[in-house]
Unconditional design. Structure first.
Length: 594
């Protein structure tokens, strides 16, 4: 769920905003805008959320919940948890560049429009927790780019259309808790999903849920519904995630800012194509740079391998780009992150910065092994972490994480971050600490990833723009105001991360938002009632109250609204080691923390 926003400073902002407004004033709304307006007409937005969608805008790109590409085509519509009610308009089928449609956790009713089958760019379709009825349109089988399909917890009936078996790229699939019947398609991609994708449908049968299909469809199907907590066959992990959701809130600001960002660069000369000193040129416009012989392959081998990567190898995507699994012939596996290039002018800056990042090696950091300069994008080659991200572990298979595992992960993340802050030269501010940037190895040891990436996108020369990197919910208050990242803004994000690990809830979980709070607000509320222990995830086993208290005390300091009151990461590691990992025996335990 990464994202970044760009702010122009002071008069520049005003100036360019004005420019943008003047330039765009004269046009009528584009066709994507019309489709969205038609969607809106059908929707009753109980909290007035959609009133900000104004027909007189030239395009819908800064409407709440909407994201566009450079051509002002809508690529994301994300309106979740807003008590929106009404049918889903078939006109959404006209958004033929749409990549993510997230309408989950609302009160939408009626059928899933078959016209969505026209949105062939769709990668994520997230309609769970509504009141949708009727059958699943077979046209969804046309969405050949789809990675995530979740239509669970609705009132869908009828059988699962066999066409869904054609969705070769699906990583997650969920039709749980509906009224589906009949045989689960036994050929195609649906065979790789397990019971957790299908449960709560009384009439389904098939190998996936260990219910044999009776030849005659009328028969009562089940009585041996063994809840197999099965691992998916082939170990394919549920790593694909939808990356939007929280963005709705800052979307408007972000897009205005993005527009103005491009505006800024209209004035800069494009294309400073200079020769790349470090790179070993391998032709075809792409070249590989390796650090310290970290990659025991020839550039040619790597490039050859890179050429074979396609959407089937995607393991996730975030604010900077897409992550692929890169398996070499000798069995070594890497993660390849494709950063879509923003501007030619960044080239040389990138290289210098990447060289620094590549020189940083630490047990609790994800190793950057090299990168590839291609004319269209930057390809960064990292170690592959088989445990996926903490985000997935915490929110998709939290039963895996007992208390000790959680403490250990927090410890690792703290050490990784402390290393960046205190032992690197130059010091590195991460700027985007969050659970999806903490990756886990096979033993559930944490490693901090994506450090320094945010800075890569900053323009150092002009000083016109400051990129506020990071993810809503983790950002320190002063960072949101000033856009200036410091070690202490990282410490704040780390505190939020600790709270997320303890509570098992995302920083902007709906249960907080309903109360007008985020996770930090919730903590402060609990503290005021001396109930802070209640923040702990009830599903977390083996909690030790002494270390919980100590950890809560650290986290509370970290999320203090005043940066000066936050400890350094160095200090955090010290406290964790002395008070949390090896808590005093309770008879010696002295209850005044700090
Ligand atoms: N080195 C890696 N090994 C294994 N999986 C990875 C690796 N790097 C990324 N991933 C997977 O890819 C997903 C997307 O990563 P990515 O960094 O692009 O997005 P993000 O962390 O959600 O957001 P951001 O762009 O802000 O970092 C991660 O959540 C993780 O599941
Ligand atoms: C969907 O595509 C079909 C065939 O290409 C077309 O006839 C139809 O009008 C499209 N529907 C929408 C809503 O765009
Ligand atoms: C979409 O799917 C339907 C039913 O599965 C099929 O009849 C139709 O031809 C498909 N349309 C396109 C454009 O592929
Ligand atoms: C599917 O959705 C249900 C909620 O409706 C959830 O409990 C379950 O874990 C989900 N399964 C998968 C595989 O994501
Ligand atoms: C399926 O059910 C059979 C009989 O009830 C049982 O022996 C088998 O272990 C089950 N398989 C799985 C994967 O649960
Ligand atoms: C059902 O069983 C009959 C014979 O008992 C067979 O002829 C028929 O093809 C079967 N139908 C299906 C759908 O398997
Ligand atoms: Mg990341």
């Amino acid at each position: 769920m990464g994202m970044y926003q760009i702010k122009c400073r002071g008069q520049w902002l005003l100036f360019i905003l004005l420019l943008c407004i003047i330039i765009n004033k004269s046009r009528a709304i584009n066709s994507d805008g019309e489709a969205l307006l038609s969607f809106r007409t059908a929707v009753v937005s109980s909290d007035g959320f959609l009133n900000q969608w104004r027909p007189e805008d030239p395009d819908p790109c800064n409407w709440k919940g909407v994201k566009c590409d450079k051509n002002k085509r809508v690529i994301t519509l994300s309106l979740t948890n807003h008590k929106l009610s009404g049918p889903i308009s078939a006109d959404l089928g006209k958004l033929d560049q749409l990549k993510f449609l997230n309408l989950h956790s609302n009160n939408f009713y009626g059928e899933i429009p078959s016209e969505l089958g026209n949105c062939t760019e769709l990668q994520g379709l997230s309609l769970q927790s509504n009141y949708l009825s009727g059958s699943i349109p077979s046209e969804l089988g046309n969405l050949s780019n789809l990675l995530n399909l979740d239509i669970s917890s609705n009132s869908l009936s009828d059988y699962i259309p066999p066409s869904l078996g054609k969705l070769q790229r699906l990583i997650t699939f969920n039709v749980s808790n509906n009224f589906l019947v009949g045989a689960i398609p036994s050929d195609g991609v649906l065979t790789k999903f397990s019971e957790s994708s299908f449960f709560g449908n009384r009439g389904l049968c098939g190998k996936q849920i260990n219910v044999t299909c009776k030849n005659d469809s009328g028969g009562s199907t089940t009585d041996s519904q063994s809840p197999n907590s099965a691992q998916n066959q082939g170990g394919k992990k549920n790593s694909g995630r939808l990356l939007i959701s929280a963005s709705a809130t800052v979307g408007a600001l972000l897009l205005v800012a993005l527009m103005c960002f491009w505006g800024c660069f209209l004035y800069k000369k494009l294309g400073k194509n200079e020769s790349k000193g470090l790179a070993r040129d391998v032709g075809g416009g792409a070249s590989i740079v390796m650090f310290h012989g970290d990659l025991p392959y020839s550039s040619k081998d790597i490039i050859k391998k890179l050429e074979t990567l396609d959407d089937d190898h995607i393991i996730g995507s975030g604010g900077f780009g897409t992550v692929y699994k890169l398996a070499m012939d000798d069995g070594n596996v890497f993660a390849l992150k494709r950063i879509d290039k923003l501007n030619e002018g960044f080239d040389r800056f990138f290289e210098r910065e990447l060289e620094i990042l590549g020189s940083i090696k630490h047990r609790y950091l994800v190793n950057l092994r090299g990168y590839c300069n291609s004319p269209t994008s930057k390809l960064l080659i990292y170690d592959f972490l088989p445990g996926g991200s903490l985000d997935e572990a915490l929110h998709e298979r939290s039963e895996q994480l007992d208390w000790d595992a959680r403490l250990n992960i927090i410890m690792g993340a703290a050490k990784g971050l402390a290393y960046l802050h205190h032992d690197c030269s130059p010091r590195i501010i991460h700027r985007d600490i969050k659970s999806s940037n903490i990756l886990l190895d096979g033993n559930l040891e944490a490693r901090v990833s994506d450090f320094g990436l945010a800075k890569l996108l900053e323009d150092e020369e002009s000083h016109i723009t400051t990129i506020v990197a990071g993810t809503f919910g983790y950002l320190a208050p002063e960072y949101m105001q000033s856009g200036r990242a410091t070690e202490k803004t990282d410490v704040y994000s780390f505190g939020v991360l600790v709270l997320e690990v303890l509570s098992g809830k995302r920083p902007t979980d709906a249960s907080f938002i309903e109360k007008g709070l985020n996770i930090v607000g919730w903590l402060n509320f609990l503290i005021s009632e001396d109930r802070q222990r209640e923040i702990i995830d009830p599903n977390c086993e083996g909690v030790q109250s002494e270390s919980l208290d100590a950890l809560l005390a650290v986290a509370t300091q970290c999320v203090s609204s005043s940066p000066d009151d936050r400890p350094t990461m160095h200090r955090v590691v010290q406290i964790l080691e002395s008070e949390v990992m090896t808590p005093c025996p309770s008879d010696f335990y002295d209850s005044n923390s700090d």
